[in-house]
Write a new protein. Structure first.
Lengths: 102, 111
């Protein structure tokens, strides 16, 4: 099952001892702050987890895959995520299962 | 914005909570997200986006220094897909804020 804001808040209640309301508010604000920073042109660096960077994409020709019609893709700004060392290492350690190879 | 700045911002918005608790929570949230991905799980945050793992099959490669042929191990790499709200707000900011506050010097030569 996917991790959601509700699961995260529940764990904060258990581990940190905040009440339910405080946990949900904090989790809500946590992601609001990330969105706020990125949507004002500021990249986010969370040491150990990863960096959210911004990239400006130029306009380029594209095609509607259904009709084959040529359309121009407008210039846009996008968010990129780069996983940090600790996150990558932890995933590698947990998923390298010799039995499931090849 | 770095982790300490995020904690400071949350502290001003949650004045009734001690900053120490907020710092612990931020760490805990990131740990939970890390653990979820390490267990091959998904993370879904409405409005922000979702994280999942992408499988990278083993491939033939070689050591560029020695020319020795090696076969890489299959691995999983984390992937983030921005949600609708984040995507739209970030794109809308392009007109208002033309310069990105990225300190890298790689893309500073076009205006």
């Amino acid at each position: 099952m996917a991790l959601t804001k509700a699961n995260i808040a529940e764990k904060l209640t258990d581990v940190i001892g905040l009440n339910k309301r405080e946990s949900t508010d904090l989790v809500e604000l946590f992601f609001k702050e990330l969105i706020g920073s990125l949507s004002t042109g500021n990249i986010v660096k969370l040491s150990g987890f990863g960096n959210f960077s911004l990239r400006d994409k130029k306009s380029r020709p594209g095609r509607n895959p259904k009709t084959g019609e040529l359309v121009m893709i407008a210039p846009r700004r996008v968010v990129n995520f780069h996983a940090g060392q600790k996150l990558k290492a932890k995933i590698e350690r947990n998923t390298s299962d010799p039995a499931a190879g090849e | 914005m770095i982790k300490s700045e995020l904690i400071a911002k949350l502290a001003t918005k949650l004045p009734h909570l001690p900053e120490k608790d907020i710092a612990d929570c931020v760490k805990n949230i990131l740990d939970q997200m890390t653990d979820a991905l390490a267990e091959k799980g998904r993370i879904e945050i409405r409005g922000f986006g979702s994280f999942c793992l992408h499988y990278r099959p083993p491939r033939n490669a070689h050591n560029p220094k020695t020319g020795e042929k090696v076969r890489t191990h299959a691995k999983y790499s984390p992937h983030f897909k921005p949600g609708k709200e984040l995507r739209e707000l970030v794109d809308a900011s392009r007109d208002r804020i033309s310069t990105l506050s990225d300190s890298s010097s790689a893309d500073t030569n076009d205006d």
